[in-house]
Design a protein around this ligand. Structure first.
Ligand SMILES: [Zn+2]
Ligand SMILES: [Zn+2]
Length: 287
């Protein structure tokens, strides 16, 4: 099985339109993918429209959330359409992003940088979710900072209090995804954060953890697998690919096929292939 359940498109802060992400992924040999844009689920319909036969596409979204003064990302994977109330939530989240960004840009100008919200939105016209990555890219493109890393370090990291953070809590993000029929999965946790907080999030209804990421060494993955087994959490694999460097090159991940099969059993099979798993969701785990 070749799988990547965490890809971004230009509908949030990825480099490529959803149609191209799917084409590139197919060409590279990926069999199952999920587009999981920040606060946007619109990539699914566009990717589905060009999906090659036999390729499997999951509906995903990534929500930023607050947890004890830090930011955790919660992925939501939905076996069927999300419905109007979740779409309304996403529109509101996109509006809140623009508002927070406009506020942050005033602070960036006070720091001597030349930027307006109009310049950011006109440079990334397809995006539904304006983000710090867009601002970082803009600052690099206009030679105001030498690199994306430096843009974050000097101006954009949350500890500098320049761009206001989301008000959604991690528990709130989990509840929201469950309420709309999705599986909430903790995206790319550091091993320290995982160890310290996975029990709290599991008690809040978390259903899975993105264990297999591009940076996780084997020993860490084994520790995460053991803890997830104790807590009844599923495991997922995702590279958080944004088309970095604007290249259609995907990042190979090491993962346990059987664990991924278990996660995928909650979703419809690819068109034209036999349905092997249950589609219905198990009840959320209670503390
Ligand atoms: Zn993330
Ligand atoms: Zn991501």
């Amino acid at each position: 099985m070749r799988i990547d359940l965490h890809l971004h498109s230009s509908l949030s802060d990825g480099a490529f339109v959803p149609e191209d992400v799917v084409r590139f992924a197919h060409k590279t040999g990926l069999e199952t993918v999920a587009l999981s844009d920040h606060d946007s689920i619109s990539a699914f319909a566009r990717a589905e429209a060009v999906l090659p036969a036999g390729m499997r596409l999951l509906r995903g979204v990534e929500l930023s959330s607050r947890f004890e003064g830090t930011e955790f990302h919660i992925l939501g994977y939905f076996p069927s359409d999300v419905g109007d109330s979740f779409r309304a939530y996403l529109s509101e989240a996109q509006r809140s992003r623009r508002e927070r960004m406009a506020e942050g840009i005033i602070a960036l100008r006070a720091r001597g940088l030349s930027v307006t919200i109009e310049e950011i939105t006109s440079r990334f016209p397809g995006s539904e979710s304006v983000s710090r990555s867009h601002v970082a890219q803009y600052l690099v493109d206009t030679d105001q900072v030498p690199s994306l890393a430096e843009a974050f370090e000097r101006h954009l990291k949350y500890t500098l209090d320049v761009i206001p953070r989301t008000r959604l809590s991690s528990e709130g993000a989990i509840a929201l995804i469950l309420e709309h029929g999705g599986l909430p999965v903790w995206a790319h946790p550091s091993i320290e954060a995982f160890d310290a907080h996975v029990r709290t999030l599991a008690a809040a209804g978390l259903r899975g953890v993105e264990i297999y990421t591009r940076r996780r060494p084997g020993g860490e993955a084994a520790f995460c697998e053991k803890t997830c087994d104790e807590l009844g959490l599923l495991a997922t694999a995702g590279s958080d690919w944004h088309g970095n460097g604007r290249r259609p090159r995907f990042i190979p991940l090491n993962y346990d096929d059987a664990r991924l099969e278990e996660f995928l059993s909650h979703f419809p099979a690819a068109a034209g292939t036999r349905r092997t798993g249950a589609v219905a969701l198990a009840a959320p785990q209670t503390p």
